[in-house]
Design a protein around this ligand. Structure first.
Ligand SMILES: *Cc1c(COP(=O)(O)O)cnc(C)c1O
Length: 419
């Protein structure tokens, strides 16, 4: 459910017609609906309220925009961060450091120190080596780092290979059969307070079974660790719940997910932690684009739009589907290939797709672009960095400026010996 609907034949974000935004900000532009964001945050949180003790840390990487983080902070969300940059964003948005979880296999010494000084709630350690390095820093600073050990449960998430993270061959977490021994060693290391196991098996999961299998497996490990005399007071179940990108796709609903978690964790006696990203932000955004021209093709015509793989990378990276719709459809349909202007064949959003018939100058949207959209944007082909807008009822504001190629060029230098 979202708040992008047609009113008198024109697509609106809440009460704002998208052409009004395009006229002032230009295209391409991401448009987020605050009402949709709030709704998704509440639906997920309310679904989990059947569980006894819950902390939710929004996966910042899915949409790190400051205004988005502000909205989620107000809904009581913490943050799952994977870099020093994301940590600074979460703090800048006013998120309580205690609700911040730091994940990732490559946290540097400087990042670990900064996060310790900021007083974050939990470090999700991805190796014994990382734990020992963090312990040294904590002892030097006179701090104690609250930690989870991320375990690789060796479960196939059944999603795209590039967003699978829970198979033994993936780089994430420690091997399942070594986790007990590593936890025990780290639990005895000064500077660390081991309190949890963590897992995250992948993103855009369409079924609950792999999650259930992974949770069950890690629950068994938790019992073994407790039996060996170590405390486990928290369990971090990660993110990964998928969203429908295509009309007709059926995905697990938050209440089904919560019921499954309740069933598996009934006797765990822990605070459960969650790291949702896509399921919160996916539906909250569209990417508005303008048709540059329609070019004749061998099979279908090419609809060349002014958005490209640098603005929305998911189709090029993961063969992902985004619904495409005209902002003011005239009625007829066409079969077309939708592509951007970048000089790569991977700059393709859709092939032989049945779409609203469009012409040069028409506005259109790629839907469900609120997660892993603007956050992955870059300036390839010396294109601008795409701007972002947030709508709230009849109000709207630019929440990230377009960064022009001239600004980027100004940061480059020609060395004297080339001049
Ligand atoms: C990416 C990521 C998430 C969020 O994944 P979604 O599929 O967006 O819910 C959660 N936890 C970790 C550790 C991640 O890397």
């Amino acid at each position: 459910m979202d708040h992008f609907d047609y009113v008198d034949g024109v697509l609106h974000a809440e009460d704002v017609p998208l052409p009004a935004i395009a006229a002032q900000v230009g295209t391409p532009v991401y448009v987020y609906s605050r009402a949709t964001l709030t709704r998704h945050a509440r639906v997920f949180r309310d679904a989990l309220s059947i569980l006894p003790s819950v902390r939710i840390a929004f996966a910042v990487k899915s949409n790190p925009n400051l205004a988005v983080l502000k909205v989620l902070a107000a809904e009581g969300y913490g943050a799952d961060v994977v870099s020093g940059g994301e940590l600074e964003r979460a703090l800048a948005a006013g998120m309580d450091p205690d609700g911040v979880v730091f994940s990732g296999v490559g946290k540097t010494a400087a990042e670990l120190e900064r996060a310790l000084l900021a007083g974050i709630g939990q470090f999700n350690l991805e190796s014994e080596e990382e734990g020992l390095e963090l312990a040294e820093i904590a002892v030097r600073l006179g701090k104690t780092a609250r930690c989870a050990l991320r375990v690789n449960p060796d479960v196939d998430a059944g999603t795209h290979g590039k967003i699978s993270t829970g198979k033994a061959e993936n780089k994430f977490g420690v091997p399942f059969d070594r986790a007990g021994a590593i936890y025990a060693r780290l639990a005895q290391t000064p500077g660390l307070s081991m309190r949890a196991l963590a897992l995250h098996i992948g993103s855009q999961l369409s079924r609950l079974e792999p999650l259930e299998a992974a949770f069950t497996k890690v629950g068994g490990l938790m019992r073994d660790i407790r039996a060996a005399g170590h405390a486990v007071t928290h369990m971090d179940l990660g993110g990964g719940v998928g969203v429908p990108y295509k009309a007709g796709d059926v995905f697990p609903q938050p209440d089904e997910y919560a019921a499954m978690v309740q069933r598996v964790t009934r006797d765990w006696d822990v605070t459960l932690m969650f790291e949702p990203g896509r399921v919160i932000t996916g539906n909250t955004g569209v990417l508005v684009t303008e048709v540059v021209r329609v070019k004749e093709g061998v099979g279908s015509p090419w609809v060349v739009v002014d958005a490209a793989m640098n603005d929305l990378a998911r189709p090029a990276l993961y063969d992902a589907w985004h619904d495409f719709a005209a902002v003011a459809p005239r009625g007829p349909r066409m079969t077309a290939n939708i592509v951007g202007p970048i000089c790569e064949s991977s700059d393709t959003f859709a092939m032989a797709r049945d779409i609203d018939a469009v012409e040069r100058g028409d506005l259109a949207v790629f839907r469900t672009a609120g997660a892993y959209g603007a956050t992955m944007a870059n300036t390839y082909n010396s294109r601008p960095l795409v701007p972002e807008v947030m709508v709230d009822g009849a109000k709207w504001a630019v929440v990230a400026d377009r960064i022009d190629p001239a600004t980027i060029l100004a940061a480059e230098r020609v060395p004297e010996w080339l001049a």
